[in-house]
Design a protein around this ligand. Structure first.
Ligand code: NAD
Ligand code: UDP
Length: 346
């Protein structure tokens, strides 16, 4: 049985990926410092899969503590989610973002090298396409970013490109997520942001349960189908299955752990089509039967009008594409929020 180390596995996306890994019969070890998550996640994973991953409450900045995990277990591959991820906050406290996201990645990659673990799936983001590339975004576009959070993703991708160029034992998948929303269909796991949600779907679900009065729709005058921003929303369970496909490709690589040519590939994980903010609101109202009050507000600084993925590379090379619709995303997000109005502390 292969052993997969999941950094940040207690978070929104990591927890869904852990469920998929356990359902594939893989052995899962989570390292997470709980700075944006809760140990209740472990009980929920257990309720869904009948299995509890091994959990180490370790900060990735702590090289000794991380090394002890690698020393103790025979790890076959790492999926690296751990990061701070709030775009707006990253402009207010950039040094904390660079320190946490870059340093913990460097510590991790060095420990991986020391223990000869070279299979890595890295959580990147569509934010690495910056603001000047035409849509749909294709993996070979030049990378840039408009905020410190995005720059940490560009920098880590570049660090990994250099590492793979220098040492062909590295076997790396860079997964660029578009807009993950939704929740596990059981209603046991979902997105549980601290404080006021930054992202669209958790804000909508909190309006639906009465925690917020109205959604601010950021911008009604974009050159899009209805004037509101357009994004490529992807169900978090489809996203999780994309990780399984990426991991299968790494582990099945015939040259795995032998000397071979450089192996690092980026893949867009999205649905390949865009929905506007108002289309998401309407789909959510249909799924939940709740009216979502909204007000058209000024544009949010740094937002782009519209972007979505070209998903042909993931389809051709990983054999992956999304199976869940916007309606499924809204139904599952509502199922989670209505059963857990206070998130994991409900
Ligand atoms: P999340 O905040 O729910 O999960 C991240 C986890 O990492 C948390 O459990 C947190 O406690 C942990 N963590 C952070 N710093 C750590 C450290 N130094 N040591 C140990 N653990 C640490 O975020 P998420 O939405 O699940 O995102 C997971 C990854 O996907 C992140 O790298 C994020 O940048 C990336 N991503 C997310 C989105 C999105 O919309 N959610 C989009 C694109 C990319
Ligand atoms: N959005 C909005 N109100 C909110 C949060 C987001 O209108 O309270 C819009 C945002 O302007 C963008 C879309 O919803 O057009 C998705 O935003 P989100 O923050 O979820 O993801 P992003 O694409 O910015 O990473």
């Amino acid at each position: 049985m292969k052993t997969i180390l999941v950094t940040g596995g207690m978070g929104f996306i990591g927890s869904h990926v852990c469920v998929s890994l356990l359902e594939q019969g893989l052995h899962v070890i989570i390292v997470d410092n709980l700075c944006n998550s809760n140990t209740e996640v472990l009980n929920r994973i257990d309720q869904i899969t009948g299995k509890k991953p091994l959990f180490y409450p370790v900060n990735l900045l702590d090289e000794d503590a991380l090394s002890a995990v690698f020393k103790r277990h025979n790890i076959d591959a790492v999926i690296h989610f751990a990061a701070l991820k709030a775009v707006g906050e990253s402009s207010c406290i950039p040094l904390s973002y660079y320190y946490n996201n870059i340093t913990c990645s460097l510590v991790l990659f060095n420990v991986m090298e020391k223990y000869k673990v070279f299979n890595l799936v890295f959580s990147s983001s569509a934010t690495v396409y910056g603001e000047h590339n035409p849509i749909p975004y294709v993996e070979n576009y030049p990378l840039s970013a408009t905020n410190p959070y995005g720059r940490t993703k560009v920098m880590i991708e570049e660090i990994l490109q250099d590492a793979a160029r220098a040492d062909p034992r590295w076997n790396i998948s860079l997964l660029r997520y578009f807009n993950p929303i939704g929740a596990h269909p059981s209603g046991l796991m979902g997105e549980d942001p601290n404080g006021i949600p930054n992202n669209l779907m958790p804000f909508i679900t909190q309006v639906a349960v009465g925690k917020r009065d109205a959604l601010n729709v950021f911008g009604g005058d974009y050159p899009t189908k209805d004037g509101t921003g357009v994004r490529d929303y992807i169900h978090v369970v489809d996203l999780a299955l994309g990780h399984i496909k990426a991991l299968e490709k790494l582990i099945a690589s015939p040259n795995n752990n032998c000397v071979r040519s450089n192996s690092i590939s980026a893949y867009n994980l999205g649905a390949g089509k865009g929905y506007s903010v108002l289309e998401v609101v309407k789909a959510f109202e249909k799924a939940s039967g709740k009216k979502i009050n909204y007000v058209i507000s000024p544009r949010r600084e740094g937002d782009l009008a519209e972007f979505f993925a070209d998903v042909s590379k993931a389809s051709e090379e990983l054999g992956w594409k999304v199976e869940r619709s916007l309606d499924d995303m809204c139904e599952d997000a509502w199922n989670w929020q209505s059963k857990n109005p206070e998130g994991y502390l409900s």
